[in-house]
Design a protein around this ligand. Structure first.
Ligand code: ATP
Ligand code: SKM
Ligand code: MG
Length: 169
């Protein structure tokens, strides 16, 4: 089998716009889009929040690591990862040879974008406090895997996609 690699992988926290921007980018390039959260839901027939509640985060992270590995091996379009996918060391290793864009978002814009956090189990409770904790904990990890960083605060998804097109030939 010929090895393939995604043209670009998008990482970043919930509300960064990975899913939204991946669709725009893939559309403008005329390539396929894939999203590991969607792959997990399609593959298991279960919603992400149900997996967290019924089976726990570790089981979700196992499913996610497998979904990322499969997508990196099979997909040569645009790939959006779940917000916590980079927590797994094996996933970070797989990203080492790939063009990875970190979509950076600050607390205020992230909170506006996720609203009540519906469908995002890690935001249950105080959404603002949960996002702040995740941003503090994970920003260095996103930076460590990224080949490029694109700011998204105060910018539309089309503007963000345009910046990525300029960075990635
Ligand atoms: N640059 C932007 N400006 C304003 N709203 C945005 C922007 N990007 C995304 N959004 C909106 O924010 C919400 C979350 O976006 P999206 O689902 O793409 O984020 P995500 O990074 O994929 O999050 P998750 O990690 O939870 O999958 C959506 O309603 C989307 O329309
Ligand atoms: O940041 C996270 O840990 C998550 C982000 C979403 O994409 C989903 O993968 C899930 O809600 C967990
Ligand atoms: Mg998403």
């Amino acid at each position: 089998m010929t090895a393939v690699a995604p043209r670009v992988v998008l990482v970043g926290p919930m509300g960064a716009g990975k899913t939204t921007v991946a669709e725009i980018l893939a559309g403008s390039w005329g390539v396929a889009v894939r999203d590991t959260d969607h792959d997990i839901v399609a593959g298991t027939g279960r919603e992400i929040s149900d997996i967290f509640v019924e089976s726990g985060e570790d089981v979700f992270r196992d499913l996610e690591a497998a979904a990322v590995a499969a997508a990196l091996a099979e997909h040569d379009g645009v790939l959006a990862l779940g917000g916590g996918a980079v927590l797994r060391p094996e996933t970070r290793e797989l990203l080492a040879d790939v063009t990875v864009v970190f979509l950076r978002v600050g607390l205020t814009d992230a909170v506006k974008r996720v609203g009540l956090g519906t469908g995002r189990p890690l935001l249950l409770g105080n959404v603002r406090a949960r996002i702040k904790a995740l941003l503090d904990e994970r920003s260095p990890i996103y930076e460590s895997v990224a080949t490029h960083v694109v700011e998204t605060d105060g910018r539309t998804p089309d503007e963000v996609a345009g910046s990525i097109r300029e960075l990635v030939a």
